[in-house]
Design a protein around this ligand. Structure first.
Ligand SMILES: *[C@@H]1O[C@H](CO)[C@@H](O)[C@H](O)[C@H]1NC(C)=O
Length: 630
């Protein structure tokens, strides 16, 4: 059966994605001490962006009882000065609503007592009792507001937007701003053909060693959708330029600065003056570096020269899959600890089953590589920078690079046999927070390791050459699982204890949970998409999983079992009672996968022949707290 047999509709039906709403709130527009709208009702997952107007406002979170006082770990945007009453500041602040409890906000500007004068705001305020009006009334008599000017943002994404080539001119706009540490600077490409490269003050138009650099992007669109994001790691001055040599953009004044001293020798004007007389600009060879290049919000981890060719990227992603024998990008190969081999001891022919195995693994691998690269980008230059020691972050980076190298096992082999490649889809990566990302990676790796085990066993019978490269990939993924396990402060159980997961169960789980509806031009499908397993509750004693309650689909006839996929390819069955409760087998450790079945005592490898639901991952053991955790 071909991997591409069933049409795109399969995933369309399965992916029931709840779409989040995005709200915009103006802060102090037209000189009024007011949030507009003053209150709004939002669901979990919705986002709210605050736009700041004259004079110098912020949004801060308090408890209902103590208006105008930043609550402990409260959301805070940082102060955002702006001269204009009606043009928003280039910096805005976005929060994601994570529960439906009321959120109380105010502007903490002391100069003019903004909060005490009624400049307050609420999300999901009750209509009665503790209403927004009651909060506002309380604010009138509140003590002077906190926090102080200069306090760093917390609990949301502070973004500075810089236009690259504003109004068709050779300028960055704004080109000289003060910003707070932790702010994400988002450069948006505008017409003509610009790039963004960090320099030192002394050598404008030359790349700074270890600095960021983004490729050229020729465009005629004023909203090209292409952005480059850099996170401010400290408040030291950052100098940058456009490296276009065709019309000496840097020398013509296309330079910018963040946190340049306002006085002394190293002002922005002094930098611009130096640039005017600088020698020809240098174009950095490897881009993007030190920041995140995105097209319509989707990360482009990597491009093959220093000009971003959108047409090649979007029209046919396969075009950028390297052909067999193409040398791997040295930067990536270095990170991965070496390139992929030139060939894989391929046999003369491949079976159709063998093609299916490679395509399934490529489908999974595309998702995992995207997930890891996006996470690594956020940990190094994005919103999670400095959350883990450099050694851990860099280890993760090297494992992420290995996941890209591993894709070549599949793409090289499929190309070698002239078979179809599986294109990457758009993914819903489930990474709103660092913890959530770690959890998603855990699940993805467990699925991938489990599937690879399954396929190694199958390929041994049909396409033996595959066994060795797939086993190598297994090792890399297990190492990664151990690092992630440590970052989650879990016992490092996944490494020796991965379950075997039939690939027929794994890919629909990924398709349903992680693939954006309709984003795969040719959706992979390999048989039926079973309904997801609904776990109603988990019953634990001293942390250990004792039983679970599942929803039995309406009209279920006959007995149902819960199959528990454990290490070494073991599987244990427990009967699901009429109430949906199934006892957990004793002695399970770490993560296990469960699936509802119509029969028991079937080997793990053959579970897909008796499954009645999709799969679900459960933690079975007591939580473990690392002794070195604070
Ligand atoms: C954009 O500029 C780069 C660098 O000068 C150049 O290599 C590239 O050909 C330009 N692209 C277009 C379409 O002008």
């Amino acid at each position: 059966m071909s991997f591409f047999k069933v049409a795109a509709a399969t995933i369309g039906l399965a992916a029931s994605l709840v779409s989040a709403t995005h709200y915009e709130v103006t802060v102090g527009k037209n000189g009024q001490l007011k949030f507009d709208p003053e209150q709004l009702t939002a669901n979990i997952g919705d986002t709210v962006t605050y736009k700041f107007f004259a004079k110098n406002h912020a949004v801060a979170q308090s408890t209902f009882d103590h208006p105008c006082q930043l609550q402990e770990h409260g959301i805070f945007s940082g102060f955002t000065p702006n001269q204009s009453p009606d043009v928003a500041a280039p910096t805005d602040f976005t929060i994601t609503v994570t529960d439906t409890k009321p959120l109380w906000f105010y502007c903490p500007q002391q100069n003019g007592n903004h909060c005490q004068s009624g400049m307050v705001h609420a999300i999901n305020a009750p209509a009665q009792g503790n209403t927004l009006q009651a909060y506002k009334d309380k604010a009138v008599g509140a003590p002077p507001s906190t926090p102080a000017v200069g306090t760093l943002p917390n609990g949301g994404l502070r973004k500075l937007h810089i236009d690259v080539g504003f109004d068709g001119k050779l300028v960055f706009n704004p080109n000289n701003v003060a910003e707070l540490t932790g702010t994400v600077v988002e450069f948006s490409y505008l017409p003509k053909n610009h790039s963004i490269v960090q320099s030192s003050f002394d050598k404008p138009c030359q790349p700074l060693d270890g600095g960021f650099s983004a490729p050229f992007f020729p465009t005629q669109e004023t909203t090209s959708g292409v952005t480059f994001e850099v996170t401010l790691k400290d408040n030291k001055p950052v100098w940058f330029y456009c490296a276009q040599t065709a019309a000496t953009h840097c020398q013509a004044g296309m330079v910018g600065a963040i946190n340049a001293p306002a006085e002394g020798a190293n002002t922005f004007d002094a930098f611009k003056g130096l640039a005017a007389h600088a020698p020809p600009s240098t174009i950095p060879p490897n881009t993007p570096l030190g920041g995140a290049l995105k097209v319509d919000g989707v990360l482009i981890p990597h491009i093959y020269n220093n000009v971003l060719d959108l047409a090649a990227l979007s029209a046919d992603w396969v075009n950028v899959v390297p052909a067999v024998g193409t040398e791997l990008d040295p930067y990536l190969a270095g990170m991965a600890g070496g390139p992929s081999p030139k060939d894989y001891e391929w046999a003369d022919t491949i079976t159709q089953d063998g093609v299916d195995y490679l395509q399934v693994l490529l489908f999974q691998g595309n998702f995992i590589a995207t997930l890891l690269i996006e996470g690594f980008a956020r940990l190094t230059v994005g919103v999670w920078a400095n959350q883990y020691p450099e050694a851990i972050t860099q280890t993760l980076g090297s494992l992420a690079a290995q996941s890209v190298v591993r894709l070549r096992t599949y793409t090289d082999s499929l190309q070698h046999y002239k078979r179809e490649l599986v294109k990457p889809c758009k993914y819903n990566l489930h990474m709103d927070s660092l913890d959530q990302w770690l959890q998603t990676v855990t699940e993805a790796l467990s699925l991938s390791i489990g599937t690879t085990q399954d396929i190694i066993g199958l390929a041994a019978k049909t396409d033996e050459w595959m066994v060795t490269p797939l086993s190598t990939g297994l090792g890399a993924q297990s190492r990664m699982a151990a690092v992630i396990s440590m970052m989650q402060s879990h016992i490092a159980s996944p490494s020796p204890r991965e379950p075997l997961i039939p690939f027929q169960l794994a890919w629909p789980h990924i398709a349903r949970k992680y693939v954006v509806d309709g984003s795969c031009t040719e959706s992979p499908a390999f048989g039926e998409m079973l309904p997801e397993l609904q776990i109603v509750s988990e019953n634990r004693a001293s942390g250990r999983l004792v039983s679970v309650k599942v929803t039995l689909p309406q009209g279920t006839q006959g007995d149902r079992w819960l199959a528990w996929l454990g290490p070494w390819g073991t599987v244990e069955y427990s009967l699901v009672g009429a109430d949906g409760v199934a006892t957990a087998p004793t002695g399970l450790t770490g993560w296990v996968w469960v699936v509802l079945t119509t029969k028991k005592d079937v080997a793990a490898r053959d579970i897909e022949t008796v499954d009645a639901s999709g799969i679900h991952m459960l933690w079975t053991t007591e939580q473990w707290t690392s002794p070195w955790a604070a």
